[in-house]
Design a protein around this ligand. Structure first.
Ligand code: NIG
Ligand code: FE
Length: 386
């Protein structure tokens, strides 16, 4: 196996507190050696061992690749008009999902695949090396299964979200039967996770419990769209079922926060949604005080938030949600890995996967300090440079 020595790393974020006693585990003037797809050595540049190849990064910062643990990339069309209406004062409503459902059903496999490829490559250019992708714009057995089959071409982290909204032409009861029956049967081979949008206008607590338990019986792991538009039962249900993550958590009670902390369910915050729907941001200080583990993700979708940029989400989380820069970076890397129950990503250590982003900047701080500036010089995943 060829070994490569990376030198000239001005700041190396490892997410291993043993290096400096902080969660980010920062090393300065560092070097790392990659052996094939694995990190073989990390430490001060002055002590770096020899390797077959050498690359000098010229003082740039290196961090674990971003883990975007919540996206909806399998769709056709866009809803720019809806965005304009919201910026002109209209409220976000879950019903807009049906517009994208119609466009997605009408699209060819090739068109849907090309759209996912476009967005995944857009993400990679902004430092994302792991992406979760949900279905949820098909809402028929055929369209949910093909959405997940397409998503699977890009990631192992695929989520069955047949329970996004109830489509036109069926009753909620009929639809829950479909989602927990033939649709789940067809979707399960392509999915790792099962998700439900728990909200007024989408699915209630009992329906969600039924659907998540049916998914679990098929071997899928639960995660939940919870408390996005209002306080409600989503967070408590996620905690009750041992979900890896409760996502959104825009409107949470103190009881919800206690349940998250006690169950270990990660709260995945999606600040791009609050930005794009002109909604109030959750206050991270409450989550911190309660001892909740927080992840950050983009929620990239054509309705509530059409950004693919984790740096943008980091900047928003710091500026609008009260995160420190260090917390935001941790949540976008190690936090995302926890939300996906992954040990092999979101950190850089000897034996872990070589999976990192290089910034055209001396420190990760520049991600928020220079908002909107494309600072990712490239990514490196298991021997592949992007
Ligand atoms: O996570 N909340 C439900 N689903 C998406 C929005 C989907 C849409 O508006 O098309 C979300 O925000
Ligand atoms: Fe979502």
């Amino acid at each position: 196996m060829t070994t490569t020595l990376f030198t000239g790393i001005g700041e190396l974020v490892t997410n291993d507190p043993r290096h400096d006693g902080t969660a980010l585990g920062i090393l300065r003037d560092a070097a790392l050696v990659v052996d094939g797809t694995t990190i073989a050595w990390i430490g001060p540049a002055a002590q770096a061992p020899a390797a077959d190849l050498a690359r000098d990064l010229g003082g740039r910062a290196v961090l674990p690749g971003f883990v975007d643990s919540h996206t909806h990339l399998v769709f056709a069309g866009d809803r720019a008009g809806e965005f304009e209406a919201r910026m002109n004062g209209n409220r976000y409503e879950a019903g807009g999902i049906r517009t994208t459902v119609a466009a997605t059903r009408a699209a060819s496999d090739e068109a849907l695949t090309a759209n996912v490829a476009r967005l995944v490559s857009e993400m990679a250019r902004q430092g994302t090396t792991t992406v979760e992708i949900k279905s949820g714009y098909g809402l028929t057995t055929r369209d949910e299964a093909r959405s997940l089959a397409i998503a699977r071409q890009f990631t192992e982290e695929t989520t069955f979200l047949g329970a996004h909204v109830v489509p036109e032409g069926v009753t909620p009861e009929e639809y829950v039967d479909l989602v927990t029956g033939p649709m789940l049967e067809a979707a399960a081979p392509y999915a790792r996770w099962v998700d439900v949008f728990v909200e007024d206008g989408a699915f209630d607590e009992d329906q969600a419990r039924t659907i998540l338990n049916a998914g679990r019986a098929k071997g899928l792991l639960p995660r939940v769209h919870a408390n996005q538009l209002s306080e409600g039962p989503g967070v408590q249900l996620a905690c009750e079922l041992g979900a890896a993550s409760a996502d959104h958590c825009t409107h949470v009670t103190d009881r919800d926060l206690t349940a998250l902390a006690d169950s270990g369910t990660v709260a995945t915050l999606l600040p791009g949604v609050e930005f794009s729907t002109r909604s109030p941001y959750p206050d991270v200080r409450r989550f911190r005080k309660a001892g909740v583990t927080v992840a950050l993700a983009s929620d990239c979708n054509p309705g509530s938030c059409y950004t693919s940029s984790m740096p943008f989400c980091i900047a928003l989380a710091i500026r609008e949600m009260g995160m420190t820069p260090a917390e935001a970076l941790w949540s976008a890397t190690a936090g995302g890995a926890k939300a996906l129950r992954r040990e092999d990503i979101g950190r850089l250590g000897i034996g872990s996967r070589a999976d990192f982003a290089v910034l055209d900047a001396p420190s990760y701080l520049h991600l928020a300090y220079r908002p909107g500036v494309p600072l990712v010089a490239g990514t490196y995943v298991g021997g592949r440079t992007g």
